[in-house]
Design a protein around this ligand. Structure first.
Ligand code: UD1
Ligand code: UDP
Length: 373
């Protein structure tokens, strides 16, 4: 039987979460030798996911430095991956989404003339500075890739409008749903001191995350001031905020939200407790891409703390609202969902525009067909 070597390359927490089910699927497929290379653009936040899904990388470039710039990541990943690809020579490299690891992984493979499969292809915001640098990373990865795995029809159309042949685009759903369905359980027990002390029955729990580069500085300050006002206005609200390990975000979060008893600033959570607290929360405030895809499946209203989204499907479905980064607007929109039960119920409907949990299966099937295994 013909056999091919597929190397999966990723570096950050969201890429790891969304690649994990695909790696498991590759590992169990006859005719595919699965290899994993992590750049470790993230370190601790990546390792948490590798541990949970029991993934042992064949290569670990260990490139993370505190306070790294995009240029630092680009140069270190390009050099490291160039050597791995030259020595190991996979038949196909898989990259995911829109991080600097993604784009540079595709570039390093192109330099070695190795075909690239792009998982979560075709998302577009239409503004190269928002999200920055992710929108440009997606555009460049599209140009470098041979196979494009689009989560939705809209993503398929974006790629087609970019001149990609429909023969090379597969609509698969998003692997984030494959991962989510494996770990969300109504009976989940947290074993976390802060979360265990929260009265989910009588309190309205707001789960928030915030990390995007284009929000650094004044927009993030305004977001945090809005959350402070929400917590100080509504006595039945508790806020849980697992703070990204970026030192800039840690410092700002501590300085604005650090001394408010109903705001819990905690370390990033493992994926399992994170999606399970997502499942128990009343409302989600986030600028994360992945969380925008997970929360609609669980019927949780989300206010997106950004001025645009490349994930319009859940906005159209009604669970997600893009509210921007203005302090008064965020307070007003959150207040509406905290006090107006009709407005809340209108948004709190389980909608899942991102797939049925079988995206990894479809991606592997497409690879098998394309390589004639
Ligand atoms: C990166 C991606 C972004 C993605 C996000 C997911 C780029 C340019 N950005 O942004 O697209 O949405 O990951 O979270 O690719 N840090 C740690 N430990 C960790 C992770 C981060 O200490 O495990 C700290 C380090 O000081 C690091 C900093 O956070 O330098 C920023 O990490 P970086 O990957 O550069 O940017 P993110 O904002 O995480
Ligand atoms: N997540 C997690 N622990 C946390 C916060 C988020 O496991 O404390 C997960 C979340 O479920 C989602 C992913 O991390 O799958 C989102 O990652 P992030 O917000 O860092 O990046 P983005 O999706 O914005 O690129």
């Amino acid at each position: 039987m013909k056999s091919i070597k597929v190397m999966t390359v990723f570096g950050t927490r969201p890429e790891a979460i969304k690649m994990a089910p695909l790696i498991k699927q590759l590992e169990q497929t006859p005719g595919i030798e699965s290899k994993v290379c992590v750049t470790a653009q993230h370190r601790e936040m990546l390792d948490m996911v590798l541990d949970l899904f029991d993934i042992k990388p064949d290569y670990d470039l260990d490139i993370m430095k505190h306070g790294q710039t995009i240029t630092d990541i680009t140069t270190r990943v390009l050099k490291g991956l160039g050597e791995v690809f030259k020595n190991d020579r996979p038949d196909l490299v898989l990259v995911h989404g829109d991080t600097t690891t993604t784009f540079v992984g595709a570039l390093a493979a192109f330099y070695e003339k190795i075909p690239v499969g792009h998982v979560e292809a075709g998302l577009r915001s239409g503004n190269v500075y928002s999200p920055y640098p992710e929108e440009m990373n997606r555009i460049l990865t599209t140009q470098l890739a041979t196979l494009h795995f689009a989560p939705t029809v809209q993503n398929f159309n974006n790629l087609n409008n970019n001149g990609i042949s429909t023969d090379n685009i597969y609509i698969t759903g998003n692997t984030v749903i494959d991962a989510l369905l494996k770990v969300v359980k109504d009976s989940y027990k947290f074993n976390n001191e802060v979360i265990d002390n929260i009265d989910f029955e009588h309190k309205k729990v707001i789960l928030m995350t915030c990390h995007r580069r284009e929000n650094w500085g004044k927009p993030m300050e305004d977001i945090f001031l809005a959350v402070k006002e929400i917590a100080e206005t509504y006595s039945d609200v508790e806020v849980v905020f697992p703070v990204h390990l970026n030192p800039q975000i840690q410092t700002l979060a501590q300085s604005i939200l650090g001394n408010i008893p109903t705001i819990h600033l905690i370390e990033p959570l493992d994926y399992e407790p994170f999606v399970n607290i997502l499942n128990k929360s009343y409302l989600i405030l986030t600028d994360s891409g992945g969380v925008q895809e997970e929360a609609p499946s669980l019927g949780k209203p989300i206010l997106v703390l950004r001025t645009e989204t490349e994930r319009p499907e859940a906005v159209e479905a009604g669970t997600v609202k893009v509210v921007g980064v203005n302090k008064d607007k965020i307070f007003e929109e959150a207040s509406c969902l905290l006090t107006n039960i009709e407005a809340y119920n209108k948004m709190a409907k389980a909608q899942n525009p991102y797939g049925d949990g079988k995206a990894s299966e479809r991606i592997v099937k497409a690879i098998i067909e394309k390589f004639g295994i």
